[in-house]
Design a protein around this ligand. Structure first.
Ligand SMILES: [Zn+2]
Length: 260
């Protein structure tokens, strides 16, 4: 959106000063991109599978926030969990900052994220605080129990966040759009239907990912190779240089038409 505004400003200013009042009106009517919120079980999921979409939204003039439900502290075989949790949190904070986003953390133990009312209300409160217009989270078809729990928690949290009669500290907020990210651990019946052009932010996002110790494969999976190649492959299929594939929540696939 920043670019669009700049384009309008430049082109109108170049044509005639008379159009400045028209320019102001054009700016006033442009929709603002709003906030995109990534909600992930672990920090790496947020940055690797959702981060490029968040980065692109910010580049388009929006705001971004990363919420991690746990620190993923049990993900390393040789670094003690407390130390690794600190490393993961630090990597998330630094990488989010690099993209111009904020990072938030809940404190559920890695591998033990519970799907219950307390967790759903905690995420509801985070949604009400950040007021996102778009949420990205895990697809339900995952072998990882934390990812499955996160998916379910987010469904409940969105419902609670929008429920005006549910009294919490923050007023109700309805997040209008929900997407599921493409994640190597969540591919059971995953079906992408949306491609986001991330070419502009691709290298910046890769730099942000590289702040995580696990990015180079030291926990056993080649994250760098997988997610870099995936963005290139999705770009080939969508006609962009690099792209993120997303899956739209089923309720958003309904279209009400008067004509085809
Ligand atoms: Zn994970």
């Amino acid at each position: 959106m920043k670019k669009r505004r700049e384009f309008i400003k430049t082109s109108v200013a170049a044509s005639a000063g008379l159009w400045v009042s028209g320019l102001d009106r054009a700016w006033a009517t442009l929709p603002t991109p709003g906030t995109i919120m990534s909600i992930a079980a672990h920090p790496g999921d947020g940055m690797f599978s959702m981060g490029s979409s968040v980065a692109q939204h910010i580049a388009n003039g929006g705001k971004g926030t990363f919420l991690s439900l746990s620190l993923g502290e049990k993900g390393h075989n040789s670094i003690p969990t407390t130390e690794y949790g600190h490393m993961q949190q630090e990597a998330m904070e630094e990488s989010a900052k690099l993209l111009g986003a904020e990072s938030r953390f809940l404190t559920y133990p890695d591998a033990e994220i519970p799907f219950n009312e307390e967790a759903s209300l905690a995420v509801c409160d985070e949604i009400r605080r950040a007021k996102p217009s778009i949420i990205i989270t895990h697809w339900e078809g995952s072998w990882h129990k934390d990812h499955k729990s996160c998916h379910e928690i987010v469904q409940y949290a969105i419902f609670y966040a929008g429920l005006k009669t549910l009294q919490r500290q923050q007023p109700a907020h309805y997040a209008g759009k929900l997407f599921y990210a493409e994640n190597w651990e969540d591919m059971d019946e995953y079906q992408q239907d949306t491609y986001m052009d991330i070419t502009e932010v691709f290298e910046q996002w890769q730099t942000a990912c590289a702040l995580f110790p696990m990015w180079r494969g030291e926990t056993g999976f080649r994250y760098h190779d997988y997610y870099r190649s995936l963005a290139t492959m999705r770009g080939c299929l969508s006609g962009f240089t690099h792209a993120a594939a997303l899956m739209t929540a089923s309720g958003q696939r309904v279209k009400n038409l008067k004509e085809f």
